[in-house]
Design a protein around this ligand. Sequence first.
Ligand code: CTP
Length: 399
Amino acid sequence: MEGKKVILGISGGIAAYKSASLIRLLRKAGAEVRVVTTRNALEFITRITLETLSQQKVYCEVFDNENDYTSEHISLTDWGDIFVVAPATANIISKYACGIADDALSTSLMAFNKKIFLAPAMNYKMYDNFALQQNLHTLKKQDVLVIEPPEGFLACGYEGKGRMEEPENIFRFIEDFFKRSNSLTGKKVLVTAGPTHEKIDPVRYISNHSSGMMGFEIASEFAGRNADVTLITGPVSAFWTHPGIKRINVVSAKQMYDSCIDLFPGFDIAVMAAAVADYTPEKAAGSKIKKEEEKNMVLKLKPTKDILAEMGKRKKDNQLLAGFALETENELENAKKKLQKKKLDMIIVNSLKDKGAGFKTKTNKITILDNNQQVKRYDLKSKKAAAVDIVNYISKLLD
Ligand code: CTP
């Protein structure tokens, strides 16, 4: 964990005293730790304890002369690789899930766009509460890692589920996360995204509904784990991409084919999320086709080359190739055929039958099949969270 930057959020629960051990474990493993607390947290553990153990100033007040920057929450969140809230009270969990930012901890959490871990700690009745459970569910769907509290003796005298996981176990979750992300450091990853446009004439083209979002999220997730990412994308409306991503814009299936085939030999991993057109006009008209000339328009199409299948043929043993399958029926059966025919290591299936999956949505419901006959189904979640699942799966296959 040498050099990793951990933001530790502490909210106001009795388990706050255990945060001291967590800081020690992280620092001993070589991580840097900066602490942000709620005001109530400092009723349970002193600022001086936290500052001594972390060797850093504690951030608690948004408007404080002692802050290094006027927008401390932004500079802090730019700095951190991960954000761990331990203990996470019902209040901070629910504020974060509902987008409330009214103190140093909630504001920092809201501004943080990397991996977040929450270690809930509260009375078992509070933990059972419908609103809290709903909020935890919302956060899990956004790929927040919730370290479930074990059953046991609670400080309030009751027994049940609600005590914060022991610092040693929270530390193991964090260590495991960094180990998994390290396995992708420096790996050369090629990702494709978006639709292609097949020209009919200078003003018209054939395409599909792909927004490119799934491919962009996958590329960003790899880049966030320090992989060396190249994204070949068809025409999409501008997306934010991770600053480390090299982006190559193409328009047609032919251009995407040429770029992919040219680049593939230099890559360790390729994930082909683009919705490449299967057919293209035999001949594109050089000038606009006029209505008067073509009463009943007949377009002659020819098949495009299957980029993924060609890459499968050329794939070396040390390369990992992942494809997508968008299906409307017999999903698994069709995907299995594609996996074998295109010589892939894994295939990510989405079905247009699933509500919220596929094109034009911000969510996806995926199933991953690999060539070890493993099948893993995932719940409906944001495309960002689905990208995390895909990258985790690839990382495991590499191990
Ligand atoms: N693909 C490709 N080149 C093509 C068509 C598809 O590389 N000319 C890739 C896509 O990027 C995706 C996978 O193949 O990773 C599967 O695409 P899909 O449209 O689901 O299947 P097809 O192979 O085109 O078969 P069909 O349309 O008959 O289902």
